[in-house]
Design a binder for this molecule. Sequence first.
Ligand code: ADP
Length: 150
Amino acid sequence: MRKAVFPGSFDPITLGHVDIINRALPLFDEIIIAIGMNSAKKYMFDLEKRIYFIKDTFKNEPKITVTSYSGLTINFCKKNNIDFILRGLRNPADFEFEKAIAHTNRKLSKIETIFLLTSANTSYISSSIVRDILRHNGDVSILVPSSVVE
Ligand code: ADP
């Protein structure tokens, strides 16, 4: 059984994340979307809300489960028998950052990171821009799934 984790903050989930998840579905038997909890980070949406947004978006997709974790992603993988980490790449900055993490994770474990390039029409979307727009009462409906808009 091919299991992958898609780790992230998802503060909030965007159509960029949704694109990566939908395109990864045919590649895996199960995708665990796991919200990493970092006590040093300030989030706009609390954990329950972020989990709800994702669960509602994928409520008709039996291959997807949503959870949270703290600590190293590779430890979460080992505990849950997950062999693959899924990440999206938007631009060269993402690549440089992700490359170092993926190399390190593979030195520390046998877990492979699988990268998908973002689709051209969602590659500009980021959770931080969505948060900025929300702070100023702007319209984010073309950037996020409907559960977030509501
Ligand atoms: P993190 O804090 O770990 O970067 P994010 O929620 O921002 O968490 O991102 C989780 C994953 O989703 C990362 O692999 C990131 O590259 C990817 N991602 C973020 N935005 C997009 C997008 N617009 N298109 C595709 N992938 C994206």
